[in-house]
Design a protein around this ligand. Sequence first.
Ligand SMILES: Cc1cc2nc3c(=O)[nH]c(=O)nc-3n(C[C@H](O)[C@H](O)[C@H](O)COP(=O)(O)OP(=O)(O)OC[C@H]3O[C@@H](n4cnc5c(N)ncnc54)[C@H](O)[C@@H]3O)c2cc1C
Length: 416
Amino acid sequence: MRTPHAVILGAGHAAAQLATSLRQQGWQGDITLVGEEPVLPYQRPPLSKAYLAGQMSPEQMLIKNAAAYEKAGVRLRLGVRALRIDRAQQQVRLSTGEVLDYSALALTLGARVRELSAPGAQLPGVFHLRTIADLDRIKAHAAAGGCRRAVIVGGGYIGLETAAGLRHLGLSVSLLEAMPRLLQRVTSAEVSDFYHRVHTEEGVDIRCDKSVQRILGETAVTAVQCEDGETLPADLVIVGIGVLPNLELADAAGLVVGHGIRVNAFAQTSDPQIVAAGDCTEFFSEAHGRLLRLESVPHAMAQASCAAATLCGKPVPYQAQPWFWSDQYDLKLQMAGLSQGHEQAVVRGDSRQGRSFSVFYLAGGRVLAVDCVNRPKDFMLGKKLMAASAEVSPDALADESQELGRWLSTTETHTP
Ligand SMILES: Cc1cc2nc3c(=O)[nH]c(=O)nc-3n(C[C@H](O)[C@H](O)[C@H](O)COP(=O)(O)OP(=O)(O)OC[C@H]3O[C@@H](n4cnc5c(N)ncnc54)[C@H](O)[C@@H]3O)c2cc1C
């Protein structure tokens, strides 16, 4: 009989976790990890934070070093793209021409950047940001003599983190957001207004309701022209306008895909022999009553552990609560839950001055989600309130003289 062989396609956060979890869950067979990027799996979040600011080396970015994969018996095929999955033959064809037989297959293909379609977006000096190679190019460009003015396109977390990083490097920074406010897709007006204020205080020129018409320049970028006719001079343009999940391989193999590769609570695709995890998946969340596609490291890791358990014949349903973080300047934002559909946003602390507050999002009198800036204790207790499905009073939440913890213990006593 052939040795069981787990093949993992994609070598990012979910893949590294899946390989580790397979061994922890007792997978006895071979494991091969195939990744298009020519480097060991690394942490992506620091790219727009400490790595951009020059505070982390490439080695410090690694999720594990080469020796750890070797010790776990994980074979690495890096710099190699998976081209086709043959489900009938249980084989994967690679860009090297090699064909891998699998008995279990995992898709951890992540997402790629949504590219700016404006004319001039291909000019040297215009960058998108997803990989460590992108960051190395951006840092080299920013360090070159004469690079002083940056324009960032997109006021989401990545755009804002990049703005903070470039200010740290001493560049003048303008940021363009097409929507009326920053972070509009992902958070409340209170949090958006706070980040608008802080970035302005830090010297970033924030422009909302502002779309790019074209990028100007002959041999390299010299300016960004906006749809309202204004032109902003630029030596460097960084685009952060979202991502597209990598679905093509699964789609071509006949797996069910929607906005992500569709998986069930056990991370199985429509072919139960194939699991998927991370940014490339979508799944039905019982708690939220809808399909979700999440882009976060905690999600990628939790779903990957769940996928590994399934492949080892020890299925456990995926029920993790979504959470996320963002670091900008001296601010640590921690978010738990999804605030879409909230009826009321209650601010604890003052978001209009200072740099520490929390927003609790309520629906039906219960905490649906929480955003905390420099308030780790509120974050921890907010997650507990969510998990306990505690009924809360908005006035009590807003009143800082009332301890969240004391209130939680009352709730816990009364929760069956
Ligand atoms: C700049 C930046 C900052 C971020 N900050 C945060 C943060 O603060 N907090 C947070 O929670 N999340 C953050 N994220 C999101 C987080 O990094 C992702 O959610 C996470 O990386 C998802 O992991 P993944 O394994 O699903 O996908 P990825 O990490 O994208 O890995 C997928 C890998 O698969 C490879 N691949 C794709 N197709 C193929 C193929 N056909 N063959 C072989 N290989 C293939 C890709 O090249 C990639 O290396 C950030 C992302 C970026 C880009």
